[in-house]
Ligand binder design. Structure first.
Ligand code: FE2
Length: 468
């Protein structure tokens, strides 16, 4: 395999194929045909006994014979592992039983949107005791700890917009901040769930446009909205996703004060696209520092084409379509933004310690084509290289204990062989990412590379009957 093909081949970048099969149905992205259960999984190395809980990961998995027309529109499937006291007790995978899986259309006959007829394929996380599968086009779906679907969740009828798959939990207040975006006005609505799971705030954000807003960030006092030039285009309705690069649309970051939701101050930034942010915080001078993986305009166009299923040889030859770790520093007093490229590696799926969301964080994790990458703010970068035949998934940080120092813990990721034939749950020591894995759980078959997941530790008061 050439270096170029490797460079473009993994994680959210696709392997080039010589067939007519869309890239999102082939190789490490090929869906599995069914649901299964396995118990007592073989483990190489030693699983830390502190890892007692569930690792869950969501991703698209069209049913056999189905071509959804875009990688992002396959039905959501959760892959879960139950770890306890050094053992991998079970693996199971379940489709999320959504309205879309039942065959209901997103746009009803009367023209209204059915926010339950969505694929729920992007993220899975727990808040206030509710386990939610999320996709940005609709309502979340609640799941049981065993991954069965309870049903759609609109928080007692209070949620009237879609919900992003990337809410942010403030580690101090426990509030879950999120937003919903839409192709039609109101384009952007900010929401807040209390620590106990009540939807306590929903406010329209004025001045936003019809951009595809996948992620956002918070600091201890702000929400940061990424209003970027990938916009809704009605002419694209019908197959795939009706969004595309828009040269005429200004790129902006909107800053909203969390204690005064609604008004936003917009800061122009260099055109580009960002699926995912890393950390964000306010620095001692009151400036906002935001990290994210940014695609240049040319990279965005190449990436978007590939996500739609087919690689452009010209884009591949030019090594286009990748994101790089970028930093924006917003000076609220001067009204300026300074942008820098933090690193030239092609990386995606940036993550931080959940205990430091919205706060200064020395450590950031990401994945390249076939490696887990650890960025230390002090300057060091470490890579855990998986080899040319294995693709890395998002790396989720799990602290070693409640009071553990930043970076003292493990990184969990599901890796997949490039041909889709096998997968592992890899456990790395976050303080020694380049070192050998702490443990690798061998999964019963290949798990298609997907999107986002969470580690959900057992509740301290969970009794034995709940530890299934
Ligand atoms: Fe995402």
């Amino acid at each position: 395999m050439s270096n170029l093909t490797r460079h473009l081949g993994g994680s959210i970048f696709f392997t080039m194929t010589a067939t007519d099969v869309p890239l999102y149905l082939a190789g490490h992205l090929a869906p599995v045909p069914d649901e299964m259960d396995a118990v007592d999984l073989p483990v190489d190395g030693l699983l830390p006994p502190e890892l007692t809980g569930r690792y869950l990961r969501n991703g698209p998995n069209p049913r056999p014979g189905e071509d959804p027309g875009h990688w992002f529109t396959g039905h959501g499937m959760i892959h879960g592992l139950r770890l306890r006291n050094g053992r991998a007790e079970w693996y199971r995978n379940r489709w999320v039983r959504t309205g879309a899986l039942a065959g209901r259309p997103f746009i009803r006959a009367d023209g209204a949107l059915d926010r339950t007829a969505v694929v729920a394929n992007t993220h899975v996380l727990e808040h206030a005791g509710r386990l939610l599968a999320l996709v940005e086009s609709g309502f979340p779906y609640e799941l049981t700890p065993e991954l069965d679907t309870v049903g759609p969740c609109d928080f007692g009828g209070r949620l009237r917009t879609a919900m992003t798959a990337h809410p942010k939990c403030d580690p101090v207040t426990g509030d879950l901040h999120f937003f919903g975006y839409d192709a039609l006005p109101p384009y952007l609505t900010y929401h807040r769930l209390s620590a106990t799971g009540e939807l306590v705030c929903s406010v329209e954000v004025p001045g936003a446009g019809p951009s595809m807003m996948h992620d956002f960030a918070i600091t201890d006092r702000h929400a940061l909205f990424l209003d970027l030039p990938v916009t809704f285009q009605i002419g694209l309705l019908g197959r795939g996703l009706p969004y595309a690069w828009d040269d005429g649309y200004p790129a902006r970051i909107g800053v909203m004060e969390l204690d005064r939701p609604g008004p936003v101050r917009w800061f122009p930034v260099e055109p580009g696209y960002v699926f995912h942010v890393g950390g964000a915080h306010t620095d001692p001078r009151g400036r906002i520092v935001l990290d994210g993986c940014r695609y240049t305009p040319a990279d965005t166009v190449a990436m978007w084409g590939r996500l739609g299923g087919f690689a452009s040889p010209a884009a591949a030859a030019a090594a286009l379509g990748v994101a790089r770790l970028h930093r924006w520093v917003l000076d609220l007093t001067a009204g300026t933004v300074v942008e820098t490229v933090r690193d030239e590696r092609a990386v995606e799926f940036p993550t931080v310690d959940d205990r430091l969301v919205g706060r200064a964080s020395r450590h950031l994790y990401a994945v390249s084509d076939s490696a887990i990458v650890h960025y230390d703010e002090a300057g060091a970068v470490a890579e855990h290289e998986l080899g040319p035949d294995v693709v890395a998934g998002e790396a989720v940080f799990v602290p070693a204990a409640d009071g553990a120092a930043e970076n003292e813990g493990w990184l969990l990721t599901i890796t997949t062989r490039r041909d889709g034939s096998a997968s592992q749950l890899l456990v790395l020591d976050a303080t020694d990412v380049a070192g050998p894995p702490v443990a690798a759980v061998r999964l019963p078959r290949g798990v298609p590379a997907g999107f986002h997941g969470s580690w959900i530790p057992d509740a301290p008061n969970m009794d034995e009957g709940d530890r299934r």
